[in-house]
Every structure is written in C-alpha cells, then in structure tokens.
Design a protein around this ligand. Sequence first.
Ligand code: SAM
Length: 300
Amino acid sequence: MLRTIASLSLIATSLIAEQPRFLETLYDSWGQSLGISEEIVRHKSDQQDLILFQNPMFGRVLALDGVIQLTEADEAIYHEMMVHVPLLSHDNPKSVLVIGGGDGGSLREIVKHPQIERIVLVDIDQSVITFSKEYLPKLSDKAFEDPRITIAIADGAKFVAECKDTFDVIICDSTDPIGPGEVLFTSEFYGDCKKLLTKHGIFVNQNGVPFLQQDELTKTLNNRKPHFKNVGFYTATVPTYVGGPMAFGWASDKKYRVAESVLHQRMEKLKTKDFFYYTPAVHKAAFVLPNYMLKVIEGK
Ligand code: SAM
C-alpha cells in the first residue's frame, strides 16, 4: 500500500513537472510560475509580447512582456477597486478617461454607473483589445458595445498631452513602469492628466506591489506632488500580483472623506451591486496603510 502511494505521488510529481509553465519575469531573483494547461494565443505586437493561456486554478491568464496582467479568477478584485473607489468617491462623475485597460475589465465596471455619460479608453496596443474581446469575453462582458465609450489606440502620455477634453475621473490601468508603460509614471504625464481633470477631479492608477516595488511608490508620489494637493494610496490584495497587497495611487485637489453611509447610498444607484470584493467598508479600510508604506510615504 505504502509503495503504491509512493509510486502514485511520483507519477503526480512527474506529471506536474511535464506541464509547460509560465515563469513571470518581473523580478530578477524571484517569480511565480503558473502551469499552462492550454496555450491560447502567443503574439508579438509592435509594443509588447502577449501570451494568453489557461491555468487549472486561475482560469485564463493574460501576460504582457512576461508579466501577469490578469487572471479570470482574481481580476474582479483589481477592477472593482480601480473603478468604484474613485467613481463612488466623486460627488457627480459624468466623464471618465481610462489609460491602458485594453482587456476591458475597467470598462465593465465603469458602465455599471448609470450617471456616466462619456468614457474614453486609450490603449497603446490594439492586440490587447482584440484578443481580450475574443478570448476573455467575461472581462469586458460586452462593455465595448456601450455607446458611451470611445476607443483610441495611442500612447496615453501623448494622448493626454494633446487632449482638449476634460474628465471628472482619470483611471490609469496600465502595465508597470517598464517598456511602453514607463511614460505613465512621469511627472510630465501627471501634470498633463491634472490639466484634463475638472475642479473636483480624481486620478487613480495601478501602482505596483509596495513590499517589492518600493521605488514605484516613492517615484510616483514625488512625481505627483507638484501637481496635486492630495496624493496618496489605497490597497487591495490581488493573489496573482504576488508579494503582498498592491497599491493604487490616488491624486486629487479636493480632499475626499466620504462617509460609508454615503457610499452605500451611491452604490444603490448602480446597475449591479453584487460585487466580488468591493463594499463601502472595504473602500474605507483600503486607505488604512501598513507602517512600511507610511514610512516610505513620509520619507522615513
Ligand atoms: N491589470 C493590469 C496590471 O496591473 O498589470 C493592467 C492591465 S491592462 C492589460 C494594461 C494595459 O496598459 C495594456 O493593455 C497595455 O497595452 C497598456 N499600456 C501600456 N503602456 C501604455 C501607454 N503608454 N499608453 C496606453 N496604454 C498603455
């Protein structure tokens, strides 16, 4: 019996070993690896190397330039927190600019807000939109068909530098500051975003995993401070953004302190209230930061 169990576990180990694996290359000396049960697409665009594959635990996975962008299992955490935190904080948002976000996950959450009249999404890479629509239909859940949305294929930094429209909320749903995403973490970009925001406008962005990407926290903070009166972060734990909670950057001139009861009232007006992660209590708690982040923020 013991011998049977031992030989079964040997077979299991060798099967695991034989499964092709995706090794994330975000960090030099450490990285997560995900088994690939089916490779769906591999594509080299002018901007990025894209791979879409199936993982038995996380469902479909999208990676760009060797870095996980999303998995079907945990993307809702990221997209709900990226979108509903700024949109439910703002008193009356009517227009939203999304920079990046070509997978459509942020759009899916934005279109749940009936008062939003105008949504512009600017992604540098058409192939992310095309493959996400085809192979990750749950991500956008048909949001691309919403008549309020305009799509532009362009570099977000160039777009904001030249844009003449204004927006109540800007959501920078970008890759990390490596490759094409790098320009979306500069002081110039934040200054241009500020110019496009209305008086009580809010800017948020995906700001990496502070435990491992401390630099990203300090740099964005320092690059945003000259342009906004209030700069800070909130967090959420997304399992496949490994290394602890991830940070979302926040920048606005208005100081937002929205009561939980007000967030509840605003949530009632949404098309869907059944979220995977977001609740008004989570929203409030997300701004309570661990000391290792506070020390970085306070320059200690
Ligand atoms: N959830 C993801 C994460 O945190 O890694 C972000 C996902 S979304 C797929 C990132 C998008 O940013 C990609 O579609 C990529 O093409 C886009 N992107 C990167 N650099 C950009 C730029 N300079 N202008 C506009 N879009 C950009």
